[in-house]
Design a protein around this ligand. Structure first.
Ligand SMILES: NC(=O)c1ccc[n+]([C@@H]2O[C@H](COP(=O)([O-])OP(=O)(O)OC[C@H]3O[C@@H](n4cnc5c(N)ncnc54)[C@H](O)[C@@H]3O)[C@@H](O)[C@H]2O)c1
Length: 385
């Protein structure tokens, strides 16, 4: 086995959740923190007992002590920081989206190859317990043929940092679309999308995007399923929802309307030839609850506690804090896949080509929406794998 990897966590908002997981991973040596905010660096550094702290990303990159970075800075830094790290000879994990521009995607694919280092897009949805359960149902043929998919991500961004103003919803599509692409193993051929609703000037910022919500239909390459995705960041009055519903020819899974409820399953029953003529026709379905799968056994022992609510005992003697395992318990699985790819010297599950396949359709969908639903061909990346 190779020596443990030293990892720098960049951006300590969402990024904080990953710090104790890297610290616990047996394949990780030291952990460093990077953030522009000295206050955040100090607070997170003190809680987790991390000595290596950087306010300048470039200083960390220049330090050969760090083998890998996990980028959780705002979206506008994702591609720039990814390219700089690969070119500095470091492995890269990056929060979604990979990029918001097709040319940046191209550049990352090329830079990863040139670097010989690993790149992974840290898509939470396909490592969530619900997704794992649905994937199990597909593999054991409970679902049958997939015929309908509806992905949804509605999150009200009022009051978020100003860089979210006018963010084109489809450019953040990966949580809502990638489950369909992972289940089918297909990429997107083309997309038709529309913007729905209108952003007021104050929420457009300097983005140029007028749409609070975008809806799209994604035709797959080599699969008959046509995923439908709704992405909304403003002006849709409901609590946060991020999930997907999938109908199969034998059984289906519907995402709950209320967060933390269990998804429902429907299993189609055989037609009853003796069914009484009550006016109800067609096949009935049996309703149940999805049996979620935390995948705990897939993780090294020290990471297992992070699939659920976990305790943090501050290194500076503060009061212990309980943290919830957000995003379907996906965080330890993402860390384990990234670190394993470095140690085993193999591409991670969501390498640059898969990341491109899961990101580019959203960029093209926004272009379609901006052009009144024009059908846009999505670049094909598979030959680059
Ligand atoms: N489910 C998911 O995959 C998921 C969930 C939440 C956030 N995210 C992504 O993670 C990233 C971070 O989200 P967030 O909600 O924590 O954002 P945030 O703006 O709340 O926090 C970002 C942190 O990065 C720091 N920062 C800002 N610019 C920086 C720079 N140039 N270099 C280093 N640090 C910098 C800020 O000081 C802050 O501590 C975003 O890209 C977001 O899209 C993904």
């Amino acid at each position: 086995m190779r020596k443990p990897a030293n990892v720098a966590v960049v951006g300590l908002g969402f990024g904080e959740a990953f710090v104790p997981i890297y610290q616990a991973h047996p394949g990780v040596g030291k952990v460093a923190l990077v953030d522009l905010s000295t206050e955040r660096l100090e607070r997170v550094g003190n809680v987790y007992g991390v000595e290596a702290r950087f306010t300048a990303y470039e200083d960390m990159l220049a330090d050969p002590a760090w083998d890998a970075v996990h980028i959780l800075a705002p979206v506008s830094f994702h591609s720039k920081y990814t390219l700089a790290a690969l070119r500095a000879g470091k492995h890269v994990a990056c929060a979604v989206p990979m990029a918001t521009d097709l040319s940046d995607i191209e550049e990352i694919i090329e830079a990863q190859v040139a670097s010989g280092k690993q790149y992974m897009m840290m898509e939470t949805s396909v490592y969530a317990r619900e997704f794992r359960a649905v994937e199990n149902m597909l593999h054991d043929d409970t679902l049958g043929e997939l015929t309908v998919y509806k992905g949804v991500h509605i999150q009200n961004l009022d009051g978020y940092p100003p860089y979210w103003l006018g963010f084109p919803p489809m450019q953040y599509i990966t949580h809502a679309l990638s489950p369909a692409l992972k289940l089918t193993g297909a990429g997107v051929q083309d997309v038709v999308a529309y913007g729905t609703g209108r952003l007021d000037e104050a929420r457009i910022g300097d983005s140029g995007n007028p749409f609070p919500t975008e809806v799209g239909l994604f035709r797959l390459a080599g699969h008959d399923l046509v995923p439908e995705v709704t992405m909304s960041f403003f002006k849709a009055a409901r609590p946060y929802i991020e999930g997907f519903t999938v109908y199969g020819s034998k059984a289906s899974v519907e995402w709950p309307v209320v967060e933390k409820d269990r998804p429902l399953t429907y299993e189609l029953q055989d037609l009853d030839p003796h069914q009484a003529d009550t006016g109800l026709r067609g096949r009935r379905s049996h309703t149940g609850e999805l049996e979620i799968d935390d995948g705990t056994e897939l993780l090294p022992e020290p990471l297992r506690r992070f699939v659920d609510r976990y305790e943090v005992v501050p290194a500076d003697g503060g009061i212990p804090i309980w943290k919830s395992a957000e995003h379907g318990g996906s965080h330890p699985h993402l860390v384990h896949e990234f670190i394993s790819s470095i140690i085993d010297e193999r591409p991670p599950l969501i390498g640059p080509v898969t990341a491109a396949e899961w990101t580019a359709p959203g960029i093209c969908a926004h272009e379609s929406a901006m052009n009144d639903g024009l059908r846009i061909a999505v670049p094909q990346y598979r030959s680059r794998a």
